[in-house]
Design a protein around this ligand. Structure first.
Ligand SMILES: Nc1ncnc2c1ncn2[C@@H]1O[C@H](COP(=O)(O)OP(=O)(O)OP(=O)(O)O)[C@@H](O)[C@H]1O
Ligand SMILES: [Mg+2]
Length: 158
């Protein structure tokens, strides 16, 4: 299913993210697409609030991953912008997170595509300057339904 949301401020992006965090389920993978500074981290901060994360959510641009344990589910926040070689992702145990106990969110998902399950939830954030500097179009595509056998059937390690 594809839904298009239009927002006009960082606060609205945060609030939208929060509704997703409220509804998130164990094992889900959220793949974020969109240019530098478009609002991926703002959305994810809202998501964390919706999950009940009480720690400060900081951008993992330099650390690649930040893990938050204070919410309803463990949250794994990746920013793979600086990854040049997929082997680096393998080394940090990316797949263990993606197929792990919590919820995984990946900024710059196009750089990690081969490690992501097919049934990821895709979130694309775009600007449109004709509609104002703070306008964002946020398109969410969810898998129709998880394949036979659910998320586990999609795990390449099975
Ligand atoms: N509607 C909006 N939604 C989100 N952010 C907005 C919006 N309008 C303006 N902004 C501003 O855009 C910036 C978004 O920054 P953010 O760090 O979330 O981007 P990002 O997509 O994570 O970038 P990066 O690829 O560098 O990680 C913030 O400075 C925020 O205040
Ligand atoms: Mg970011």
């Amino acid at each position: 299913m594809k839904t298009v949301n239009e927002v006009f401020s960082p606060e609205e992006t945060f609030e939208l993210g929060k509704t997703f965090g409220n509804a998130a389920k164990q094992g889900e993978v959220y793949a974020f697409y969109g240019d530098l500074g478009v609002g991926k981290t703002v959305f994810i901060k809202g998501f964390a609030a919706g999950l009940g994360v009480t720690e400060d959510v900081v951008s993992p641009t330099f650390t690649i991953i930040q893990e938050y344990g204070s919410g309803r589910l463990p949250m794994y926040h990746f920013d793979v912008y600086r990854i040049d070689d997929p082997d680096e992702l393998f080394e940090i145990g990316f797949e263990e997170y993606v197929y792990g106990e919590g919820v995984t969110l990946v900024e710059w998902a196009e750089k990690a595509e081969e490690f992501l399950p097919k049934d990821r939830i895709m979130i694309r954030i775009e600007k449109d300057f004709e509609k104002g500097a703070d306008y964002r179009k946020i398109t969410v595509e969810t898998p129709e339904e998880y394949g036979e056998g659910g998320r586990e059937a999609d795990d390449p390690r099975n």
